[in-house]
Design a protein around this ligand. Sequence first.
Ligand SMILES: Nc1ncnc2c1ncn2[C@@H]1O[C@H](COP(=O)(O)OP(=O)(O)OP(=O)(O)O)[C@@H](O)[C@H]1O
Length: 371
Amino acid sequence: MWLKQLSVFSFKNYAEATLYFVPEVNAFTGTNGAGKTNLLDAIHYISLCKSFLNPVDSQHIRQGGDWFMVQGDFDKDGQSEIVACSLKRNQKKQFKRNKKAYTRLADHIGLFPLVMVSPNDSAIVADGSEERRRFIDNVISQTDLGYLDGLIAYNHCLTQRNSLLKQAVKNGSLDKGLLDVLSMQLVELGVPIFEKRQAFMAEFIPEFNKHYQFLTETAERVSLVYESQLLGGLFADLLEQQLERDRLLERTTVGIHKDDLLFSIHGDMSLKKFGSQGQQKSFLIALKLAQYSFLHRQKGFKPLLLLDDIFDKLDDKRTRKLMQMVSADDFGQIFLTDTDSGRINRIFEEIGRKVRVFEINDGTVQQLETA
Ligand SMILES: Nc1ncnc2c1ncn2[C@@H]1O[C@H](COP(=O)(O)OP(=O)(O)OP(=O)(O)O)[C@@H](O)[C@H]1O
């Protein structure tokens, strides 16, 4: 699967632009604020029905306009697949595949899988556990249609249980019958999610290690561990054991909503506290490349790989290694951004790979020679 053509109309800082890609590496170059990332975001829209940067769709309408459209022409097994996303201000987003509108956007997710590596990924290391759960959930839901529905149902049940615990404090008594029903539902919904996360991590961790070692070429020991309270006992028992604490804190303190990923370096030192910026970036890239390998295996075809501002904070050696790795056969079509077109040409010349470069300038696009 690869994207042959992308058109954007009245999208962010673009009035209108059409780009024709190659199935290998495509690079957007230009100064800061030129509109390079906006093009990656347009690709993200047609693949995953939303921006990777900003959840407010209307803010992607070009300033002064009242609609936008993004259209992509994919090649999937030799067949052309046209995906279009459009939005008129104050109306619902329209999403079409081969001119047919979707009733459920969720039906589109996973048809044109994509992995994005961006400076925003730093939140996965720096922020709270919610970001890391979001990462796991995003990966699994691109391959397992029921996963997201299960997670939504779990969160709904969790909200109900929490408000019952709150009410109990207010009313001075707890409806134990209702609490038991909600606890049972929470277990029924939570255990399959836990099992899916566990199975996913078992496949994912070795991939991650492989990519990190290749990228860094060092014996730099890093580790990635899946942490879940459910690893320490049956969910139903844990809920029972924590009941008094839950009543006191007026919320559910055990469950898959507390899952986390533990990132460490040099044995057991926290990556967040002790890793250098370059090490953190390498860790995040390895995480995303492992996501790529997982999706590839699950789908049976290669997802798109989007690399935003990838060279920042990586030394020359790691940069070259990374480009060598992603332009090899295990990876499919790549889109990347860089402020320096000279660097792109130099790196790809050195590693002997083809790249099509697009020079972006204030929302206009010029296709340069393919090196
Ligand atoms: N709705 C909008 N209407 C008009 N312009 C917009 C809109 N949203 C974003 N922009 C403009 O898009 C530009 C940012 O584009 P983008 O993030 O793609 O830059 P970039 O080339 O990736 O830059 P950098 O190298 O700094 O990452 C900014 O100039 C911003 O003002």
